[in-house]
Design a protein around this ligand. Structure first.
Ligand SMILES: Nc1ncnc2c1ncn2[C@@H]1O[C@H](COP(=O)(O)OP(=O)(O)OP(=O)(O)O)[C@@H](O)[C@H]1O
Ligand SMILES: [Mg+2]
Length: 250
């Protein structure tokens, strides 16, 4: 069953297609990966699904549980159960850590906030009294964002580079959270450059220059990381120099 359907999605910035006629089905209960080089359009796609400002004006459609979410605001999409872990966390500057974690959670309680922090390896006693602001390190902030998503148990979670800025020992917390979210019925979309993180996906989409180049089981899509970026023939070429037409005909 498709939880999310992206239909012929195109998004232009400065007259240039950042997303180019993308169609993708996100299956309920799966862990999908979106892979592709820097500047391919992965974050833009996540921001567009979430409905962030600057990403509302697109061609095509996005269906969630069979209904178009194109007219819905970010808050309305969040209420439907869609959430985004940002590549660069930015939400709710200044909120207390506890309030932040429980903001989208059902049955909010101090115990849930504590459990959520423990899930990402942060000592509740040390962090619950802190605020989500610039005094947190980048990795701490990322882990608190992950804790809030674990507490939320969203229907669909888009994770944009969940491992960026997180130290090697702590990535295991990310893996555990992905697994627990899936077990709790969430559908996960992972955007990452890390093969370790991608091992937790079962299906992947390869995007290059805003165009869907390949899709399939993660085991086969791993070839992309082994220097066989097939059928994309543009490895190492700056994305700005790639003509979308040559991608679709590659
Ligand atoms: N508001 C904007 N105005 C102009 N160009 C933009 C805008 N937003 C994104 N872009 C461009 O769109 C392209 C895709 O950017 P995006 O952030 O989606 O890439 P990405 O695949 O997430 O890359 P990375 O792996 O580096 O995070 C880039 O070339 C970027 O510069
Ligand atoms: Mg990105």
């Amino acid at each position: 069953m498709n939880l999310l359907e992206i239909k012929n999605l195109s998004l232009f910035k400065d007259g240039r297609p950042i997303l180019n006629n993308l169609s993708m089905d996100i299956w309920a209960g799966h862990v999908h990966a979106i892979i592709g080089p820097n500047g391919a359009g992965k974050s833009t796609l996540a921001n567009t699904i979430m409905g962030l400002s600057g990403y509302r004006d697109f061609e095509g459609d996005i269906l969630f549980e069979g209904e178009s979410i194109a007219p819905l605001s970010v808050d309305e999409r969040a209420r439907r159960g869609i959430t985004l872990l940002f590549q660069e966390p930015a939400r709710f500057e200044g909120l207390g850590v506890s309030q932040f974690i429980l903001a989208g959670a059902k049955g909010a309680s101090q115990a849930l906030a504590e459990e959520s922090l423990a899930k990402v390896g942060l000592a509740p006693a040390k962090y619950l009294t802190r605020a989500v602001d610039k005094t947190l390190s980048g990795g701490e902030r990322k882990r608190i964002e992950l804790a809030s998503i674990w507490a939320m148990k969203p229907r669909l979670v888009l994770m944009d580079e969940p491992d960026s800025g997180v130290d090697i020992d702590s990535v295991n917390y990310i893996f555990a959270i992905i697994k627990e979210l899936q077990q709790a019925g969430s559908t996960v979309v992972l955007i990452t450059h890390s093969p370790e993180v991608l091992r937790h996906a079962d299906h992947a989409f390869l995007i290059c220059a805003g165009t869907l180049v390949d899709k399939g089981e993660m085991s086969r899509m791993f070839e992309y990381f082994n220097g066989k970026c097939i059928p994309c023939v543009h490895v190492g070429q700056p994305v700005v120099d790639i003509d979308a037409q040559t991608l679709t005909s590659a």
